[in-house]
Design a protein around this ligand. Structure first.
Ligand code: ATP
Ligand code: AMO
Length: 478
């Protein structure tokens, strides 16, 4: 038997050729009693098949049988590629194809054994179909979709999201390997908290307490103290924060890096900036089909290619100047207060500043440097010229934070002092502190939330859509 063709190549097969492929039945549409249209689906691709009694192609019984098949069945199809009849162009597709398959043979490989909670087609169907049919757009709500994720993930929209998510990791890794970084995997069980000690999950570790890592922060810095020079990690991050927002998860994937530098922490910032641009440009160039699926299908996003403005020179704004921009604009917090240059930005202030930066520079991606020391974790290097400030930054995409980073304290005595001020007992993180006691080069780094970058790049509106099985404070509640 010849090898099966993938549905995506069937779409590109010349008219008149025979093909054999495997696909799901996405939709079934009878036309009179003699013809039935089957829409086949595989990942991003959908394609129309036609079974017709005319021309003696298949029997009347077969047309009847095909009409009654279960949607989401996996079928093996043999047929001939042809042009669709007038007015029958393929509107179900992620791209509008000028091809259809005249079905000659059809075998059911597997069919669903229980009722589907919804049709994949309804979770992700092109709006133009509804416009044409004159019916409303029956979006399945998020709760139903997430409660039936194995089915929901089949939709072309989700296939596209998760390919793009994987693409972010590939591009991140690709850039860093090309810049002499070493990939590490650090342990997620910790003796103490990582960032501040507050938002950690405690676990029962053979009747002793242990904690899930809030970030690979300590481990990646230990690698620098251990002369690895440049390291990165793609791994899970756990946060026991009761934040029920569109952008917080209790478990997310961190893209982290740490490197030593020669003269200035802006060498680290340059590396992060170069890496993020490589990711955005790579997504725009390599994921056109995925963007197309998202564009036509249910998630109402514009083509991320068209509207994301990344300047060659990323705007670098000092935190205090950002606050100034907000004040000059008359921005006030919910409680009526003016934003302060010594407090962190609220989500609303972040968004407003994103708009102001967009108006002033035309950019959707920018850097805010020199955060107040007070709002940063204990390991952050104070600004040697102004003790109230720090050598640290956040990076924003479409007005929301995607990355935090900065220079770290590499001098043991200073680090221990800052730890005590933050109520972290240095001896509780002895492995970490020892690295500095034994001498460590100047270094810095940053961490990105993978789900955030995907959510903001694709304008998904909720971080849960970019997580395979999202965990938030409400997870596991019965
Ligand atoms: P983010 O800032 O988005 O939380 P982060 O890990 O840097 O990412 P922190 O700096 O620890 O988070 O959290 C402080 C900020 O988190 C707040 O300024 C606010 O933007 C956001 N945040 C946290 N919890 C909530 C919440 N329950 N509702 C709305 N915003 C929240
Ligand atoms: P921070 O705590 O800011 O920094 O986290 C880094 C990035 O992770 C993402 N993020 C989240 N994503 C989903 N759900 C959450 N609850 C959540 N919290 C944070 C954001 C954020 O920018 N150790 C430092 C990084 C460093 O300095 O290297 C850290 O963890 O995109």
């Amino acid at each position: 038997t010849p090898d099966l063709t993938s549905l995506i190549s069937v779409v590109e097969t010349p008219e008149g050729e025979h093909v054999k492929f495997r696909a799901r039945i996405h939709h079934i549409r009878p036309l009179g009693s003699k013809i039935v249209f089957l829409i086949f689906r595989s990942q991003l691709t959908t394609l129309q098949g036609v079974l017709t009694e005319e021309e003696g192609m298949v029997s009347q019984n077969m047309v009847r049988w095909a009409e009654g098949l279960n949607r989401e069945s996996i079928v093996l199809v043999e047929g001939m590629v042809q042009k669709p009849g007038d007015g029958q162009e393929e509107v179900h597709s992620t791209r509008v194809h000028n091809h259809e398959v005249k079905v000659e043979k059809l075998f059911v490989v597997t069919s669903p054994s229980s009722t589907l909670p919804f049709q994949v087609e309804d979770a992700a169907r092109p709006e133009e179909y509804y416009r044409r049919e004159g019916s409303h757009f029956p979006r399945i709500n998020q709760k139903t979709r997430l409660a039936n994720r194995a089915l929901d993930l089949r939709s072309p929209v989700n296939q596209a999201i998760f390919r793009i998510r994987s693409g972010v990791c590939t591009l991140f890794r690709e850039y860093l390997l090309a810049h002499r970084f070493l990939e590490i995997q650090s342990s997620k069980f910790q003796e103490s908290g990582t960032e501040s000690g507050a938002a950690v999950f405690k676990v029962d570790y053979f009747r002793r307490p242990a904690f899930l890592a809030q970030s690979p922060q300590l481990a990646k810095q230990m690698c620098i103290a251990a002369d690895m020079e440049r390291v990165f990690e793609i791994g899970p991050v756990f946060r026991a924060e009761n934040s029920n927002t569109h952008r917080h998860l209790t478990e997310f994937t961190g893209l982290d890096l740490e490197m030593q530098f020669d003269h200035h922490y802006h060498e680290v910032l340059d590396m992060l900036d170069g890496m993020l641009k490589h990711i955005f440009r790579g997504l725009q160039e390599r994921f056109k089909d995925e963007a197309c699926a998202l564009h036509i299908e249910a998630v109402k996003t514009q083509f991320p290619h068209d509207d994301l403005v990344i300047l060659d020179e990323t705007p670098r704004i000092r935190f205090a100047d950002g606050i100034k921009m907000l004040r000059e604009d008359g921005y006030k917090d919910d409680d009526g207060d003016e934003p302060s240059e010594f407090e962190d930005l609220t989500t609303n202030a972040e968004r407003r500043l994103g708009q102001l930066v967009k108006e002033k520079y035309g950019a959707d991606y920018y850097i805010l440097d020199k955060f107040p020391l007070e709002v940063r974790p204990f390991y952050t290097m104070p600004d040697p010229e102004d003790g109230k400030l720090s050598n640290s930054f956040d990076i924003f995409l479409r007005g929301e934070e995607i990355l935090s980073g900065g220079q770290r304290i590499h001098v043991a005595s200073m680090l221990e002092e800052r730890m005590r001020m933050a109520d972290v007992e240095p001896d509780q993180a002895k492995d970490y502190v020892n690295g500095f006691r034994w001498g460590c080069p100047p270094h810095g780094g940053g961490g990105i939330g993978l789900e955030r970058i995907v959510m903001l790049f694709l304008k998904l509106g909720d971080i849960r859509y970019s997580s395979l099985l999202p965990r938030d404070p409400r997870s596991f509640a019965r």
